[in-house]
Design a protein around this ligand. Structure first.
Ligand code: ZN
Length: 106
């Protein structure tokens, strides 16, 4: 499984400029895509199984209203491009997080 997040950026001329050298006002119809590879998704899944046991925002289906509200949004996926690689972190609404960065690929 490959999990991909996409972000649209302002119009400009496009190209292959590294994300950390951003010139957002000159790019055209370009989008960023960030991905979690299979091993990272597996690590996230394992973490969630344990985290859900103690997280106050986990919805176990026993309450009339979900702890995260009607539309969810409990997890935030954070991707930080650097000159060496992308730092990938998933944060829970409770404040805990897991670093999924694949440092071996740097
Ligand atoms: Zn949590």
């Amino acid at each position: 499984m490959r999990l991909v997040a996409t972000e649209l950026v302002p119009k400009g001329q496009g190209g292959s400029i590294p994300l950390h050298h951003s010139k957002p006002h000159t790019w055209i119809n370009m989008m960023y895509q960030f991905a979690l590879e299979s091993a990272q998704v597996s690590k996230l899944s394992d973490w969630l199984i344990e985290h859900d046991k103690s997280c106050k925002f986990y919805d176990d289906g026993t309450t009339p209203v979900s702890p995260t509200g009607a539309i969810g949004g409990r997890l935030t996926y954070e991707f930080t491009p650097t000159s060496l690689g992308t730092v990938s972190v998933v944060k829970c609404a409770c404040g805990e997080s897991i670093n999924l960065t694949d440092y071996k690929s740097w």
